[in-house]
Ligand binder design. Structure first.
Ligand code: FAD
Length: 405
């Protein structure tokens, strides 16, 4: 066998996993359909992620954080409020300040381009068998290993196959791993803006009737916008030119950042939930969005994927030290025990949050305002929310504690 582990999908989760395993001496083949030339492009593509404090520690332990930290904007405060078109933000009903939570920022906002380029560079330099622009079309499991076949007929064997191939995961489909799926009839309009006034490292979430509007601070006088609307409204807004698009965004915003202008490209993401019943089957495991694609309302999708990566890489490194077959059922079962309920809880929580906040009902608006008001006035509740957002709760794998494998 050329490698012990095959990873299908070289997105943010698959690439990070390949680096974690290769760094610990495990032979990895990473197969990805994308063209590296597209990933290398340095134009600002408007996309960014809220990376929790725990995820940033994990990227630190893997030597990734050092290369992106100068481009990461620390997030010092989060403010949430009900918003109405034309009114801008209402009074804040939730306010989290990092000073209260303890040491350091609550997390960081990192642009997609910096993460992607750094991961690609590191994958190319590492001892990883990297097969870019290669699509996997088939997989077969045997008694001692698993074999995948690419579109061009190449076959690769290993002890274990990990599907990191995103929401439309072919690995999950071929393995007949059942996944719960539904759409939200919501689409996120994603872009970045430049603004006149400083953001002071504060992330804002306005709960509008059609969906949340998140304003996430980027380095300099820039912010990333994740603006969720009903899908047909989003399509109509996206068809507008930049000036008309901004004319619709402005009244949702208020004037707390002064004049705003678009910078970089605009994107749309139709939203839905994908949740695997089982994360594993014979010699196969799922990580990241292939296991759980969730609503971005809490900005936790990638953070949850990195938790999968941290857990499975720790189990595989320990198994390698014991000289065990890396496709053993006992390792995969332990991975599933570690991650499944956490993923389920987060998927249900984001789904419920979206239902509670993205609607017009005045009764629900009053109730949630009351609930959030209670959370906001009780310091121990506030601290619990902040710990959750910083990813430091639960049974944390070593990498998320900033420890090496
Ligand atoms: C609007 C929006 C905002 C978000 N904001 C945040 C945030 O603030 N914080 C956060 O934590 N998360 C956020 N997320 C979630 C985050 O973007 C995802 O969880 C994360 O990018 C998933 O990464 P992945 O590597 O699992 O999957 P993907 O990025 O989908 O990667 C899958 C990879 O698999 C490859 N592939 C697929 N099929 C094959 C095949 N057959 N053969 C070979 N390769 C294949 C693809 O080419 C791709 O490279 C957001 C999501 C959205 C939509």
């Amino acid at each position: 066998m050329e490698s012990s582990v095959i990873i299908v999908g070289g997105g943010l989760n698959g690439s990070t996993l390949a680096l974690a395993l290769a760094g610990a001496g495990i032979g990895v083949t990473l197969i990805d359909a994308s063209d590296p030339a597209d990933l290398r492009r340095n134009n600002f593509d408007g996309r960014s992620y809220a990376i929790s404090a725990a995820s940033s520690k994990m990227l630190g332990a893997l030597g990734i954080w050092d290369q992106i930290s100068k481009d990461a904007q620390p997030m010092f405060e989060i403010k949430a409020t009900d918003g109405q078109v034309g009114e801008g933000p209402g009074p804040f009903f939730l306010h989290f300040d990092h000073v209260e939570a303890g040491d350091g920022p609550m997390g960081y906002i990192v642009e997609d381009r910096f993460l992607r380029q750094t991961l690609l560079k590191m994958v190319e330099l590492a001892k990883i068998k990297y097969l870019p622009q290669t699509k996997v079309v088939d997989q077969r499991v045997g008694p001692v290993g698993v074999e995948v076949t690419t579109e061009k007929g190449k076959r690769v064997e290993a002890q274990l196959l990990i599907g990191a191939d995103g929401r439309t995961s072919g690995t999950a489909e071929r393995a007949k791993l059942k996944r719960l799926k539904w759409g939200y009839d919501q689409t996120s309009l994603v872009c970045a803006i430049e603004h006149e006034k400083p953001h002071n490292g504060i992330a804002h979430q306005f709960f509008m009737p059609a969906g949340p509007l998140a304003i996430l601070p980027l380095t300099g006088y820039r912010s990333s916008i994740v603006w969720t609307e009903k899908s047909d409204t989003a399509a109509a807004i996206n068809a507008l030119d930049d000036a008309a698009y901004l004319d619709i965004l402005r009244p949702r915003f208020g004037d707390f950042l002064g004049e705003i202008a678009l910078t970089g490209d605009r994107y749309t993401y139709p939203l839905g939930l994908v949740l695997a019943h089982e994360l594993i089957t014979d010699r196969i495991a799922l990580v990241g969005d292939s296991a759980h694609g969730m609503h971005p309302i809490a900005g936790q999708g990638l953070n949850a994927g990195l938790k999968d990566v941290a857990a499975i890489s720790q189990l595989l490194v320990e198994a390698k030290r014991r000289g065990q077959d890396l496709g053993s059922a006992s390792i995969l079962q332990e991975y599933q025990r570690w991650r499944r309920s956490d993923n389920l809880t987060l998927a249900i929580a984001t789904d419920g949050f979206n239902r509670l906040f993205s609607n017009q009902s005045s009764m629900l608006r009053t109730l949630r305002g009351l609930g959030m008001g209670i959370v906001n006035t009780i310091p121990s509740f506030r601290r619990a929310f902040m710990q959750e957002a910083s990813g430091t709760t639960g049974d944390l794998p070593k990498l998320l504690q900033g420890k090496t494998l």
